[in-house]
Design a protein around this ligand. Structure first.
Ligand code: SF4
Ligand SMILES: [Zn+2]
Length: 357
């Protein structure tokens, strides 16, 4: 923990402790922070006996993505999403593809008010805003203000999150969030998360999902990054799929993602496709209905199949939708079974790309 100067905005997710320190409640680390110091994520710190979100209004990256890239496939399919991030993160993943942003312990980025974020999304013709690339819960108060502004303009909000949250942060999400994709890594295997992510336990992720399911109406999708050799345990995958089935329901989409070597894990290979297929087989045995493989363009499990008649109902290649065989109620044209997809296919999407920093 290092000293920082004051800027940003006072946070809301915290409490003052009797010992004079402050407890941050934005994420499950629940850092206890003394005066003049910052928490592990590097962007929330104590000054004058208050907790500050130093990156409030500091956007380090803004990018237009397809919603399918999040990945989210059962919510407003075909949408364009304006994706933003700040610096910092509450996880320390050794394979992080966005480590330049997430592991940067500096308060940097373009100045943007919540209204300016929404105006930018409108300018690009985006139907939604995603808070992504680093863990959005750590900048929750800024996301909330952007999200409330977005709703006023008919724009929805998505978190791409590690799910390492608290009841307090889930409560704040419920005020503005429409959709969340919770990214497991190595199926939440405890040894993997301790060694490669730097968290003591994956238990808070499961608690977060139960909290979201029981207390909010947020659409949930699950992803699971499968890292070969060290994060591909099939028993852990079985436990995760069982949890999803029992607690979130068999209609919850689950995506098994292929790992690519990055950052401090360059010595590992990409995940074999066969390994991903074994994970899918487990999900199928448990009874999940919508099982996807990600980061393998052209794989048949990029598609959606009707659980009732097996017909191909949505054909995808990478992040693109190539074929749509559902009626206007999102029901299978072959047998009439309705697929629980929120919203209809967004056909008038402008997918223009821009980076900024
Ligand atoms: S959001 Fe940051 S400061 Fe707050 S508990 Fe998590 S890591 Fe610590
Ligand atoms: Zn059908």
């Amino acid at each position: 923990m290092a000293s920082v100067e004051i800027f940003g905005k006072e946070a809301e997710l915290y409490s003052n402790l009797p010992n004079g320190r402050i407890r941050c409640t934005a994420c499950a680390r629940k850092c206890e922070i003394p005066e003049g110091r910052i928490g592990l994520c590097g962007i929330r710190g104590v000054n004058n006996n208050k907790l500050w979100l130093y990156v409030y209004g500091k956007v380090i990256a803004g990018h237009i993505d397809p919603i399918e890239k999040k990945p989210v496939v059962h919510y407003m399919p075909g949408s364009s999403i304006y994706s933003i991030a700040t610096t910092g993160c509450n996880w320390l993943c050794k394979y992080c593809q966005n480590y330049d942003i997430s592991q940067r312990r500096k308060i940097e980025g373009s100045e943007m008010t919540p209204s300016e974020v929404v105006e930018k999304a409108q300018f690009y013709g985006a139907q939604g805003i995603a808070y992504t690339y680093n863990e959005p819960s750590i900048f929750m108060e800024f996301a909330k203000d952007c999200g409330i502004e977005a709703h006023k303009k008919g724009i929805f909000n998505i978190f791409v999150s590690n799910g390492y949250d608290t009841p307090e942060s889930v409560n704040m999400m419920s005020k503005f969030l429409d959709c969340i994709t919770v990214d497991f890594k190595g199926s939440g295997n405890q040894e993997f998360v301790r060694r490669y992510i730097g968290i003591p336990s994956s238990d808070p992720i499961f608690s977060t999902l139960k909290e979201i399911k029981s207390k909010t109406k947020i659409h949930v999708e699950i992803t699971d990054l499968i890292v070969p050799q060290v994060g591909d345990n099939l028993d852990s995958a079985r436990q995760l799929c069982r949890f999803v089935y029992d607690e979130l329901g068999p209609d919850t989409p689950i995506h098994f993602l292929r790992f690519h070597p990055d950052y401090k894990m360059m010595e590992f290979d990409s995940t074999p496709v066969l390994t991903l297929e074994k994970h899918c087989e487990i999900a199928k045995q448990i009874g999940l209905k919508y099982i996807y493989i990600g980061n393998v363009p052209g794989h048949k499990l990029e598609n959606t199949y009707c659980p009732e008649c097996g017909h191909l109902v949505i054909q995808r290649y990478g992040f693109n939708i190539e074929g749509w065989n559902l009626d206007e109620r999102n029901c299978c044209k072959q047998c009439g079974y309705c697929i629980p997809i929120v919203g209809s296919l967004q056909k008038k999407t402008k997918r223009r790309f821009q980076f900024m920093e």
